[in-house]
Structure formats: structure tokens, C-alpha cells
Design a binder for this molecule. Structure first.
Ligand code: SF4
Length: 207
């Protein structure tokens, strides 16, 4: 398929020059509790269960989807057909689903699956930053306009952001399409393959 197989890094986490985004005593338990109890935006009023994320908490790859959908099983993320598609794409580059950490930009599903408001995106951003600081990934995949807006502070469309190297606190970010979009667009799916190869090349260049 022309996709390189991912080779995990051998160096130890924590050697990044990133800005320290979390308190020294931050940890996964307190982060999960903060999200579960969060009232930073009005989505807490309709929250059934927050979506924390799942996967390897020491992952090289942190993958950030847009928003959880109310039809999803909120105990995990990116389920259903779009989850299966992403899982297959990761497998094609040699990554098992459990090797990466997958989460959502917004931790509580918007009522009626509406597009998140700027206040909701901004309210939840600190949790992404805390997750980034705990995981210390070597690359972030931002999948969708909401993820890109949160991480990069831009309203530009995916087309204008993909195939470019962005960073957040020294961590490279590759922007691509939301998995759900890929289910209905074979053209975008081909572009998403290209984006994965682009991400691998960025990592190779860092080494
Ligand atoms: S969406 Fe994020 S900011 Fe809003 S209540 Fe849920 S966890 Fe808090």
C-alpha cells in the first residue's frame, strides 16, 4: 500500500523540551476525576458519561478526534464503523489500537451531536493539554476541524491545514480528516493515507 510500518521509539519518554503544562503532581487519576466532575462548559448539564480516552498512556501517537457522539458507547471513544476504519488504517502502518492513545477534543457529547461551540472547545482544551503533558507523545494526529481548532486555534478547513507541519509545545501535529468523514469519501480516505505517511516522515526527520 506504500505505507511504512511504524517502528516504536526506543528512547525514554520525558526528554522533550516542551513547556511543562501540568502541575508536578498531576496524574491520570486526578485528570480523570476532574473531567468526570467538570462544569467548565454547559455540556456538563447533559453529560451522561464523559469520554476520557483510551489506549496506551505512554504512547508515541496521541490521536484526537472531534467530539464523541451520543450514539457512541461513552465508555470508550471512536467506536463503530469510524473506529473500525481508523483501527484498520493504524494496523496498516504497523500500529495496534492499544499502542496509541485515542481521545476526543470535547469530553462530553453535545446534545443532538451539534457542532461544539467555541466556549466548549476552549473549556475542554486544558484537558487535552494535560493529557499531552502526561503522555508526552512524539506526534499528535488531529482528526477533524474541531480538533484542529482546539489545538491550533484556527478556523481553517482541513484542506488548508493538512500536509503542513504544526506544533503544540514542541510536539508535531498532523491534521487530517475525522474518521467518520472517511466512511463516505474515498477521495478523503486516500488523503488520510497520505497524512499517515506524512506523520511517519515527520517522526523519522526528528530522529
Ligand atoms: S465538555 Fe469538557 S469543558 Fe465541557 S463540561 Fe465536559 S469536560 Fe468540562
Amino acid at each position: 500500500m506504500g505505507i511504512d510500518v511504524w517502528q516504536p521509539r526506543t528512547h525514554i519518554h520525558g526528554q522533550s523540551t516542551s513547556v511543562n503544562l501540568v502541575e508536578m503532581d498531576d496524574n491520570w487519576d486526578s485528570l480523570e476525576a476532574d473531567i468526570a466532575q467538570c462544569t467548565r462548559c454547559n455540556l456538563c448539564e447533559t453529560r451522561k458519561l464523559s469520554v476520557f480516552g483510551s489506549g496506551n498512556k505512554n504512547a508515541d501517537w496521541m490521536i484526537i478526534d472531534d467530539t464523541p457522539r451520543q450514539s457512541d458507547n461513552l465508555a470508550t471513544t471512536l467506536l463503530s464503523a469510524s473506529d473500525l476504519l481508523l483501527t484498520e488504517m493504524l494496523r496498516a502502518i504497523g500500529l495496534d489500537r492499544q499502542e496509541v492513545f485515542i481521545t476526543n477534543t470535547i469530553k462530553c457529547s453535545p446534545r443532538g451531536n451539534h457542532e461544539p461551540k467555541p466556549s466548549e472547545i476552549e473549556g475542554c482544551k486544558m484537558y487535552l493539554l494535560r493529557q499531552q503533558a502526561l503522555i508526552k507523545p512524539i506526534i499528535i494526529l488531529a482528526l477533524g476541524v474541531v480538533a484542529a481548532k482546539s489545538l491550533l486555534g484556527t478556523d481553517k478547513p482541513i484542506e488548508a491545514l493538512r500536509e503542513k507541519s504544526h506544533t503544540l509545545n514542541d510536539t508535531p501535529i498532523v491534521v487530517s480528516y475525522e474518521p467518520a468523514v472517511l466512511l463516505t469519501s474515498s477521495l478523503d480516505k486516500r488523503k488520510a493515507w497520505s497524512d499517515l505517511k506524512f506523520a511517519i516522515q515527520i517522526i523519522k526527520n526528528k530522529r
